[in-house]
Structure formats: C-alpha cells, structure tokens
Design a protein around this ligand. Structure first.
Ligand code: SAM
Ligand code: SF4
Length: 329
C-alpha cells in the first residue's frame, strides 16, 4: 500500500502517454501549440509498463490514460492490450477528445475498457470549433452518440469558460434528461501553456451550481464516489447526472488518492506541483525495481497537503505556465 504523509492511500495513477494533440483548445494551449517533446524524451511503452507493474503490486489498481490526445500515440492499442493483461489493475479509464477514438471503440470494449471521459466544451458547433480552433465537432458528436449507444460508463468533461460557453451549461445538463451520461463542468485552471494567469475565477463552483439550480429548480445531491473530484447531482426525473469539479478552488484535496506521470516521465503528486522527480532518468541510469519503488515512496511521503501548498512549493517553474497537455489533466 502507498500511503502519503497525510494518511491518504494512493491507489490511482493518471498517465499522460503523449503531449501531442490535434486540437488547440484555447484554455489548454496557445494557437501555435506548445514545444512538443522529442521521441527520445518520451517514456517508452516498456518503461510505462514497468512503472505501472511496480505500482500495481503496491496497491495502485486504477489507471487513467490521458495526454495530449492518447489516440495520437503510435500503437496505443498494443500498449492498452499489454496494460489490460496486468492482473492487479482493476480499472483502465481513458480521457479523450473524441476526434480519433471511434474506430477503436469496439476493440477497447473487447479489452474490458468501458470508462471514458469525453471532452466536449460546447454542443454548439460554432462555439465548439472556436474553442478548439479546429473543425471537428461532427466527429466528436458522432463519438458521443456511439459511446452512448454502447452503454459505457460515459462522462463528458466541459471546462466552463467565461464569455465562451456559458450558454452551453443548461443545454448540456439537459442532455441528461434522456441520456445516461454524467456531464461534468470543470473550473478553468491556469494550465493554458502561455502563463495566462487570473487571480480570481468568476465562473467558480458556486456560480456554476447557482446557474443550474436557478434554471432547473429542485436538484438532488448524489453521494460522491471515493476519491471523486466532482460534486455530483441529478435533476429530478433525469436519467443522467451532472457534476462540478472545483479544480481551481481545490476543495477536494483532503481525499486525493492519485499521482500523475507525465509524458516525459515526471512524477507529480499534485496537479499544481512542478514535478517531484523524473522517473525516466533514474530508470535509464539503471535503477532496479526496488530503487524505483523507493523513489516513488519518498515522493509520496513528502506530499503537499493540498493544491495551494503544492503551488506555493513550486521551485523549477514558480509560476504556472505549463499546458495541461504536457501534464495530463
Ligand atoms: N486531449 C484529451 C482531452 O481533451 O480529453 C485528454 C487530455 S486533456 C489535457 C484532459 C482534460 O483536461 C480535458 O477534459 C480538458 O478539458 C482538461 N483541461 C485542459 N486544460 C484545462 C484547463 N486549463 N483547466 C481545466 N481543465 C483543463
Ligand atoms: Fe488537446 Fe485535450 Fe488540450 Fe484540447 S484539452 S488541446 S484536446 S490536450
């Protein structure tokens, strides 16, 4: 078991398999993109599988594959097949932008992968394409429809963006009237790749909730699953649910059960830290499995209590300027 210095059990890792992306969501990266990693700077699949095997023998049983866009990485299906063969991993989930995912869906389901977070920031084609800076709404919507038909564990992620997609909040909650899906509204975080920082967030959890409640009236609070970052709700009589993720106001840190591994092999024990150590470097220098586990335990044993402390402790990059694509979201 991996227990941090605040008594929290770490049983979940978020693995960003690439920092590359075919979209340019304006809250995630600049229009010109980011400086993408060179192939040799990326963890190889073999290295990832080695780390995940070590972690899974020590209590980590859930993995989320994210990026960048995971389906851009070559032979991602071969990697997912190997991952699904690790017996100690109970759950593999994927976060995707849905532009390239559909052709793989039946194969993913055959591997036992049924949990998807699909990012759709607007259900209005014009607004969607303005935010993502690419013309791909029809494909993403087709992906939503196909995932919905396949009765998967489907969550839609929408970052709430002032002056950009506020008009989508109500129609997106309304999808739950007929669709068995969880729509999650995420507070915008300053991981936009160009250091564009705001001292106060207008569309925070409270404002989003109030906006939804004012429209729909009675809303039921649902129990939040263990380690959940979203506060979950249901409109009376709806099939689906909705959630709000206070990612900027960070009120969920007390029960945080996760660590992150970035495409270049940095271990992060909090989204807001600037990286604890690089596991690729120690592996390529010849570390044994025991030494790798020891380094992970050391990082977990000195974990910030919450995202505010992690942000305050940043040293390599004192202000946040990373793109979420290079971290994994
Ligand atoms: N490309 C995939 C996608 O968009 O689903 C996976 C990677 S993306 C970085 C993972 C999640 O992070 C997405 O749901 C995205 O909306 C979210 N995200 C990216 N930048 C963000 C930001 N600045 N604030 C809040 N969420 C963000
Ligand atoms: Fe790409 Fe996802 Fe970032 Fe959008 S949010 S640019 S889809 S990595």
């Amino acid at each position: 078991m991996l227990i941090d210095n605040h008594g929290r059990n770490i049983d979940y890792i978020r693995l960003a398999v690439t920092d590359r992306c075919n979209l340019r969501c304006n809250y995630c990266m600049p229009a010109s993109g980011i400086q993408f990693l060179k192939r040799n700077d990326l963890l190889t699949y073999e290295e990832m599988l080695r780390i995940l095997t070590i972690l899974s023998k020590n209590g980590v049983n859930k993995i989320r594959i994210t990026g960048g866009e995971p389906f851009l990485r070559k032979d991602i299906m071969g990697f997912l097949k190997s991952l699904s063969d690790i017996e100690t991993i109970n759950k593999i989930a994927i976060t995707t932008n849905g532009t390239l995912t559909r052709p793989y869906l039946s194969e993913l389901i055959a591997l036992g992968i049924r949990s998807f977070n699909l990012s759709i920031d607007s259900i209005d084609k014009t607004r969607f394409e303005r935010i993502t800076r690419r013309t791909c709404f029809d494909e993403v919507w087709a992906c939503y429809e196909e995932m919905k038909e396949a009765t998967l564990d489907l969550k839609v992620n929408a970052v709430v963006l002032k002056d950009q997609n506020i008009d989508d909040i109500i129609p997106m909650v309304a999808l739950g009237e007929t669709d068995n899906v969880s729509i999650r509204f995420i507070e915008e975080m300053p991981f936009n790749g160009d250091g564009n920082f705001y001292p106060k967030l207008e569309w925070n959890y409270e404002k989003i909730y109030h906006h939804i409640e004012t429209h729909f009236g009675t809303i039921k609070k649902l129990p939040d699953p263990k380690g959940s970052t979203s506060l979950n709700y249901q409109v009376e009589g709806f099939k689906g649910t909705f959630g709000i993720i206070p990612a900027y106001t960070r009120s969920f840190c007390g029960s945080c059960n996760r660590i992150r591994l970035t495409p270049k092999g940095t271990i992060k024990t909090c989204l807001y830290d600037d990286g604890i150590f690089n596991i690729k470097d120690i592996m390529r220098a010849g570390a044994t499995d025991i030494e790798i586990l020891q380094a992970i335990k050391e990082a977990i044993g000195h974990r910030a209590i919450d995202g505010f402390e992690a942000e305050k402790n940043r040293s390599n990059r004192p202000t946040i300027s990373e793109s979420m694509a290079s971290i994994g979201g």
